[in-house]
Design a protein around this ligand. Structure first.
Ligand SMILES: [Zn+2]
Length: 117
């Protein structure tokens, strides 16, 4: 399960931050994930809960926010958000080009903020 390894990476980052700021309690972590990052929020939330159970991070809240896909047309440079969740065959609204668009956002996966106590 791909979300389990993502959750492990997130927890390692969270532990680093907690050590850096000398905090013992995680209240909330907010993760931003692009539509193309192929993260299933329910699966990541479940993996997070399983991994934090019976640790000092138990009971913290994982908030997930999805970032829409933004592409830049390879042919005309127009920036747009495709209707379909896939960036592979997204026709440009200006010129109709379907292939090779640059992905400006939608692949990200990062911690937007941590609330520590
Ligand atoms: Zn175009």
């Amino acid at each position: 399960m791909h979300e389990l390894s993502i959750a492990q990476n997130l927890l390692a980052l969270i532990e680093d931050e907690m050590a850096k700021h000398d905090k013992a309690t995680l209240v909330t972590v907010k993760v931003r994930h692009g539509r193309l990052s192929a993260v299933v929020p329910e699966a990541l939330t479940m993996a997070f809960e399983v991994l934090t159970a019976e640790t000092r991070l138990a009971g913290s809240t994982l908030v997930m926010e999805e970032t829409p896909v933004v592409l830049r047309c390879r042919a005309c440079g127009r920036e747009f958000s495709p209707e379909s969740p896939s960036a592979a065959f997204a026709p440009c609204p200006a010129c109709g080009e379907e292939l090779g668009h640059e992905v400006l956002s939608g692949r990200e996966l990062y911690i937007e903020y941590l609330e520590l106590e």
